[in-house]
Design a protein around this ligand. Structure first.
Ligand SMILES: [Ca+2]
Length: 188
């Protein structure tokens, strides 16, 4: 009888799970604090959009490309071509007023001169006009020391009042490749 009840409770919880939550990943740790998760973090999940799932935002720019090589890990990586008209975006659920670091690997060719910019936005940003005012933290990576290998990078921020942040990538001038994202709470 107890197990039947459990199954029923599970069924009811699944049925009434808010649909919006499915778009973003998060888990909880032993203290009940939200442990953020970046979905399709290494561009390895084919999904419904050819490995682009969870990285699209039409209002901010064109869809990311997916590259077979060079990659950092697995068989795919994300790519923004040199035209600079495409973006990568993911809304990540976080705990408010918490320090985080998002780490990843990137590759920029030596020529032409260019950069990859990673920004943390204060919630779900759905228009280009909101980006500047909504940026909590930004990291601009240039291609001065190209050695054909992916390099590690990390961006730090405090989530402030926000229970979700937008992870937003743009590029300028040169092809940008990136792979293997991870978000972790940072402790002093
Ligand atoms: Ca990968």
């Amino acid at each position: 009888m107890k197990s039947i009840l459990m199954v029923f409770v599970l069924f009811v919880s699944l049925a009434f799970m808010p649909k919006g939550e499915q778009a973003t990943g998060s888990d909880t740790n032993e203290n009940g604090k939200r442990k953020p998760v970046i979905l399709n973090a290494g561009f390895e999940e084919e999904g419904e959009t050819g490995f682009r799932d969870n990285w699209l935002n039409k209002s901010l720019g064109g869809p990311i490309q997916i590259t077979n090589g060079p990659i950092f890990e697995g068989v795919k990586a994300g790519k923004l071509p040199d035209e600079g008209d495409r973006i990568a975006y993911q809304l990540v659920r976080v705990e408010p007023n918490t320090d985080y670091a998002i780490s990843f690997y990137y590759l920029l060719r030596s020529e032409p001169a260019g950069s990859l910019t990673v920004s943390i936005l204060n919630g779900d940003v759905q228009s280009k006009a909101q980006v500047e005012g909504g940026t909590i933290s930004t990291l601009k990576l240039s291609n001065e020391d190209y050695d054909k290998r992916y390099r590690p990078a990390s961006i730090q921020f405090n989530s402030g009042d926000n229970d979700a942040i937008g992870l937003f990538l743009t590029n300028e001038g040169v092809d940008a490749r990136f792979d293997s994202f991870k978000i972790e709470e940072t402790v002093e």
